[in-house]
Design a binder for this molecule. Structure first.
Ligand SMILES: *[C@@H]1O[C@H](CO)[C@@H](O)[C@H](O)[C@H]1NC(C)=O
Ligand SMILES: *[C@@H]1O[C@H](CO)[C@@H](O)[C@H](O)[C@H]1NC(C)=O
Ligand SMILES: *[C@@H]1O[C@H](CO)[C@@H](O)[C@H](O)[C@H]1NC(C)=O
Ligand SMILES: *[C@@H]1O[C@H](CO)[C@@H](O)[C@H](O)[C@H]1NC(C)=O
Ligand SMILES: *[C@@H]1O[C@H](CO)[C@@H](O)[C@H](O)[C@H]1NC(C)=O
Ligand SMILES: *[C@@H]1O[C@H](CO)[C@@H](O)[C@H](O)[C@H]1NC(C)=O
Ligand SMILES: *[C@@H]1O[C@H](CO)[C@@H](O)[C@H](O)[C@H]1NC(C)=O
Ligand SMILES: *[C@@H]1O[C@H](CO)[C@@H](O)[C@H](O)[C@H]1NC(C)=O
Length: 464
């Protein structure tokens, strides 16, 4: 007994010292691409009600920062992508940015992370890639000039900075960026004891390859599925650990085995387009609850390659954002609807045991690929003057795309923009899907399995 106590005590002390510096608290990404979102003060109340201990914003919005004053929430702010080229070339511009966007709020707002750009190395504007690390260095120097020491500088990367992530021990950065960009970035992150910020979604990996990846393994729900990496003999029990360790091994390959990982975004959509597999409330709740539990469990779990390491993480996202472009899932990552109601119960502190989430989740119906006919219609709340432009565009493409909606033809009536554009969208997609055309029209369109045809008017369809 006596012998056992001493090392245990020392161990506990070490753990408390290291976790004082960086804690395994979970946060939420506060994106604002919606025209129906609550005000910043109301949003901060909602963030607290989710028990989020961190928040990440995609700019340095003064109203949001003011609303975060004198709260306990750790804040991550961002230099917008478009400022990176200029900041990379000018220390005084960098100083000005920090002076205008950090100094007025620090330390009353607990700004702890300053991210330079968002997923820059995924951005097709490759010119900016080479400005990224110089901009990070300048921003760090500006913070130093202003004697701000508690703010770590980093940049969030999408997973496609890796050219290989499987098996995890084969994790390798893309060859176009590894030498010229990632290596100097890792040197900077290592020197400043910052983090490699990664946007890590098991959802996208699984949805791209649902035949070969088990859904429960992606949801951190599998009880009896393991994968042993032949390169290391490390055994994995979920896809999230595999992804993080792929990043660990990629950094190690470049000579930086000890840079900490910060999950800048993770999450699972609660809805999406008819042809988007597995986007439902059940999976979203299951994934987010399991990730929170894994990352907040004490003693800290870490990953197979880094047992016991703390992994700070920020869930994407606070709200469903109705103006986010791209497929339907992009607008359904929120923990909250825009009216502030929870999509499902979730406690980001991890203090609620999984068994205490009482409300039954809706049974998922789209965990298998949808098979059947689909039509492309004007979506809810679409901007009708933009729809009119999209209608003209669709009608100018393909063969006889809009013949049926000409005066006197079978689909002319009802003579409304909604019905004419919906016909044109369906007709366009039916012709162009085989060569990569999509049902999107900049987010104005939505896919439906419900046949909109009426009377003699038959809407063209796509068969999935
Ligand atoms: C970058 O600097 C150039 C030259 O001074 C200026 O014209 C441009 O507007 C700046 N870009 C941004 C995004 O501020
Ligand atoms: C390991 O990664 C390389 C690319 O970096 C890839 O060509 C190779 O197929 C990967 N190995 C396995 C077993 O997937
Ligand atoms: C990374 O940082 C550690 C700790 O400061 C240092 O010992 C190590 O040499 C650094 N690694 C490289 C490759 O610079
Ligand atoms: C794993 O567990 C599930 C649910 O308990 C069961 O249906 C499945 O057959 C098991 N799979 C294996 C490989 O044992
Ligand atoms: C993995 O385990 C097998 C069987 O125990 C052993 O032969 C092999 O050398 C191990 N590989 C590594 C990379 O440790
Ligand atoms: C909030 O919005 C959701 C989704 O539109 C809806 O289901 C729910 O009833 C709304 N709640 C309130 C209190 O209005
Ligand atoms: C609606 O679309 C038109 C034309 O594309 C655009 O000029 C206008 O700004 C949009 N209105 C809103 C509220 O987004
Ligand atoms: C339009 O018709 C021409 C001639 O039949 C054909 O080559 C072309 O592929 C058609 N275009 C589409 C989008 O189907």
């Amino acid at each position: 007994m006596g012998l056992g106590c001493v090392p245990l005590f020392i161990f506990a002390l070490l753990v408390s010292i290291s976790s004082a510096e960086i804690s395994n608290k979970i946060g939420v990404n506060y994106g604002q691409l919606g025209n129906n979102l609550p005000s910043p003060p109301k949003s901060v109340e909602l963030i607290k009600s989710l028990k989020a201990k961190r928040v990440k914003i995609y700019d340095a919005d003064p109203d949001i920062l003011k609303s975060l004053k004198n709260t306990d929430i750790q804040v991550s702010i961002m230099v917008p992508n478009e400022l990176i080229p200029n900041i990379s070339k000018s220390q005084s511009l960098s100083d000005q940015w920090v002076h205008a966007n950090v100094v007025p709020y620090y330390p009353d707002v607990k700004i702890r992370y300053l991210l330079v750009g968002n997923e820059i190395l995924t951005n097709p504007d490759t010119g900016t890639w080479f400005n990224l690390v110089p901009a990070m260095l300048k921003i760090k120097a500006s913070l130093k000039t202003h004697k701000i020491k508690k703010v770590k500088v980093g940049t969030p990367s999408a997973l496609n900075v890796l050219e290989s992530s499987f098996p995890p021990s084969n994790g390798t950065f893309r060859s176009d960026i590894a030498g010229p960009i990632i290596k100097p970035m890792l040197q900077f992150l290592n020197r400043t004891k910052s983090f490699f910020f990664i946007d890590a979604y098991t959802y996208f990996a699984w949805a791209d390859n649902p035949q070969n990846i088990n859904l429960d393994y992606a949801l951190l729900k599998a009880q009896n599925i393991t994968y042993t990496d032949p390169g290391t003999n490390l055994t994995y029990t979920n896809l999230f650990d595999q992804i993080l360790d792929a990043v660990v091994f990629a950094m190690k390959r470049l000579g930086y085995p000890n840079i900490r990982i910060f999950v800048a975004e993770t999450g699972w959509p609660s809805g999406g387009d008819i042809d988007q597999i597995g986007a439902n409330i059940y999976n979203s709740a299951t994934y987010n609850r399991n990730v929170v539990k894994k990352l907040t469990t004490k003693p800290t779990i870490g990953t197979p390659a880094r047992p016991g390491w703390v992994i700070p993480a920020i869930i994407f996202a606070l709200y469903n954002e109705n103006q986010k472009p791209g497929p339907g899932t992009e607008r359904h990552f929120g923990l909250l609807y825009p009216n502030g109601t929870e999509v499902y119960e979730i406690d980001l502190s991890g203090e609620t045991p999984l068994s205490e989430y009482k409300k039954a989740l809706p049974v998922p119906t789209n965990n298998e690929p949808y098979k059947g006919k689909v039509w492309c219609m004007v979506g809810e709340a679409a901007n009708m003057s933009a729809v009119a432009d999209a209608l003209s565009y669709a009608c100018s493409q393909g063969n006889k795309t809009c013949d049926a909606i000409q005066p006197g033809k079978k689909c002319y009536k009802p003579d409304s923009l909604f019905w004419h554009a919906s016909y044109a969208f369906s007709s366009y997609w039916a012709q162009f899907k085989k060569i990569g055309g999509t049902c999107s029209f900049n987010g104005l369109a939505t896919k439906t399995p419900k046949d909109p045809s009426f009377g003699h008017c038959k809407f063209p369809s796509v068969t999935l």
